[in-house]
Design a protein around this ligand. Structure first.
Ligand code: UT7
Length: 357
């Protein structure tokens, strides 16, 4: 474990179609007042026809690679966290791999619902810190609009589409992704699920009639557990990083409900001014919400080199987890793009130092 894992690139993509609460008032029995006061959501994005989880992942992934000044050919692994993949198989990550031209990369999906991105970070960190991989592209992406039941107003106003990505690289820096904790409680799985389409309820006339291809959720139960679990995971991840809550400059929580986010902050006695919230614009994009929020936080200047950042998530499964990282930011502008160029530059530096001029 000689090297650290740091985020060196990030990027996100949201579809251009904006759907406001007022738009939803026209199709379901709801109101802007209800949605805003119960969830904090004002608008969300839905994928256009032809747009999918892999196409959005590709856009976010390309931006993250550009920011990291890394070529697709130099990628070691691609992880896509999603519960709305293009297909049951092949993995969405494989579709991204070929579209990117990431010839050397392994690729697989992670399914932990809204905790998927934090799970992907935990896996990528392990691969990089162990020394077996030099870098990873971790993407959180969802097209949940395709699983919405327009007859269920308690869920259809919440979920939406988008993708966010980060590049994680090995570094000799003294800090990086400092901790990642993951938990689950499978006995609660049926409180939030898409029941149809798997081998237990393969797609049939009956699954269609029963609405089993839609998201179903017992919102109140999920709410209560979300607040406690996210707060517990946050404390655990901070302790694992040998830090205290007051060391954290920015918390980036999964954006499921503004009241859940406020509940977590209150339980931790953490000031809301240091919590990043963008649910008003995008709704609940499940595995995509944290990486999209991270990108917007960076763009707004809320992440400076050296800042300690807490990512914390909760979702179907149930699953929950958190990760603490020290923000590294962008590489120096002159950084060569390819690993080969970078290695040869390092050899030249070494030769310069060793050989007398
Ligand atoms: O991302 C992963 C995990 N997901 C979550 O964390 C979501 C967790 N749950 C929640 O965010 C909240 O439970 C909801 C936003 C889903 C619901 O909020 P709530 O305050 O728990 O409302 P409720 O389900 O208790 O419903 C209260 C009332 C009900 O009417 P009655 O029975 O009191 O007359 C619902 O029928 O609100 C009604 N309602 C709505 N009214 C207008 C439910 N949905 C709507 C709606 N518009 N869209």
């Amino acid at each position: 474990m000689g090297q650290n894992a740091v985020i060196t690139g990030w990027g996100y993509y949201v579809p251009s179609r904006v759907v406001t609460n007022a738009d939803l008032e026209k199709v379901v029995d709801t109101s802007d007042e209800w949605i805003t006061s119960r969830t904090g959501i004002k608008a969300r994005r839905y994928a256009a026809e032809g747009e999918t989880t892999s196409t959005m992942s590709l856009r976010a992934g390309r931006l993250a690679l550009e920011k990291a000044r890394l070529r697709p050919q130099d990628l070691d692994i691609i992880i896509v966290a999603t519960c709305s993949p293009d297909y049951i198989f092949p993995a969405t990550a494989c579709l991204v791999q070929t579209a990117l031209g990431a010839d050397r990369a392994g690729a697989f999906d992670v399914e932990a619902a809204c905790t998927g991105f934090v799970s992907g970070i935990a896996i990528a960190r392990g691969l990089v810190v162990s020394g077996s991989h030099q870098n990873a592209l971790v993407i959180g992406a969802e097209t949940l609009s395709r699983f919405l039941n327009w007859k269920d107003r308690s869920t259809c106003v919440l979920f939406a589409d988008g993708a966010g990505a980060v590049v994680i690289e090995a570094s000799n820096a003294s800090v990086g992704i400092e901790s990642a904790v993951l938990h689950s409680e499978g006995s609660k799985g049926e409180l939030l699920m898409v029941a149809g389409g798997g081998v237990r309820h393969p797609a049939s006339q009956k699954t269609l009639e029963l609405g089993q291809h839609f998201i179903t959720m017992q919102g109140g139960e999920v709410f209560k557990l979300a607040v406690k679990s996210m707060a517990d995971a946050a404390e655990e991840a901070i302790a694992d990083a040998n830090l205290r809550l007051e060391d954290i400059q920015l918390m980036i929580p999964h954006q499921a409900n503004l009241r859940i986010i406020e509940g977590v902050a209150k339980r931790l006695h953490f000031p809301m001014e240091r919590v990043f919230v963008n649910i008003q614009k995008y709704g609940n994009t499940s595995a995509a919400s944290i990486p999209i929020a991270l990108c917007e936080a960076a763009a707004e200047g809320r992440l400076r080199r050296g800042d300690k950042v807490l990512l914390v998530a909760f979702g179907g499964g149930f699953t929950w987890g958190a990760s603490v990282l020290e923000w590294f930011g962008e590489h120096e502008p002159g950084r060569p793009k390819s690993i080969v160029e970078r290695a040869s530059r390092r050899v030249e530096d070494l030769v310069d130092r060793v050989l007398p001029s």
